[in-house]
Write a protein that binds this ligand. Sequence first.
Ligand code: ACO
Length: 334
Amino acid sequence: MYAKFHSIGAYVPSKILTNQDLEKMVDTSDEWIVKRTGIKERHIAEEHEVTSDMGAKAGAKAIQRAGLEAKDIDLVVCATVTPDYFNMPSTACIISTKLGICNVQAFDISAACSGFVYALSVAKAFVESGMKKHVLIIGAEKFSSIVDYTDRGTCILFGDGAGAAVISATDDKSEAIIDIHASADGSYADFLVTPAPGSVHPFSQKSLDEGLNFVKMKGNETFKLAVKTLTQDVKHILEKNHISSSDIPHFIPHQANYRIIKAVGDALHMKEEQVVLTVHKYGNTSAASIPMAINDIYESKRLQKGELMLLDTFGGGLTWASAIVPFAGAGLED
Ligand code: ACO
């Protein structure tokens, strides 16, 4: 039994936060943000709109595009670092109920920006082992809920949104996910951290006063390590599978910063048309970034059945992951 990437869906909140809006909030400029990150705007969820709402909307699209119904899904995995609730229940449980998926296994994955590719590896393993037939994987983030909008080092980077895919069983090897490599190194845990609440800093007035509930990032250190790790990891997975970067029509890196994407694309000798870019309009949406980017090329009819996608991601933990995946879904109908 093989696992195939059966469908894609996404949800983008309608509210837009532009660089010009941020100029009024912190000491920054549109010019600085565009030059250093490539980001022009990002989408922000409404106050009442939570991570599971966005995840459920993306998930509903992915299920419908796979030609399936809620009753066909036998596992739900949600990758997020901005869950509806920090301890329990999991966001995957809430999404399952919102989608009418009843009495199936559901759990969250915490791997920051690498979460969607981590979830993909879990779905692949469950399907290949014969334990599940149709796994709904979701990357959903309300990152605005952990961003300090007085910290110019982080607030310019992040946006909200969700993406989802159905991973299904197939006996046709030609449509199977080729390979996934996922890894982590906790010795860099302090590069990207939301200190509270947790067992280190349990919920308290003191932690709130110190702003420990907001994401903290060592931006420059993270940048350098991201370029190195992303390049090494993707070179390794291509070599291992005897695939050349020129064979890849869609290189879909994590959308954190245009300069990181450009440096990795150049190191792989990728042409501009091979590299999928959404960072200018969505910013960094963490676990939602890769599925939102896949959905973008799907909805603009650039992604055809059978075409190879090379996924490459990096995030808090530190975590990183890459995958070589043929798109096995039907094209978008007019
Ligand atoms: N506007 C204007 N100036 C700024 C801003 C801003 N928004 N932010 C920082 N600066 C200033 C700094 O204060 C500093 O000033 P100084 O020289 O007077 O001290 C100067 O700009 C340079 O700061 P750096 O941090 O060195 O700038 P850098 O070029 O590294 O860009 C950035 C910062 C955009 C954050 C970059 O480091 C980056 O993208 N890092 C990687 C982020 C990432 O990939 N995260 C991983 C995934 S996220 C996840 O897993 C959830």
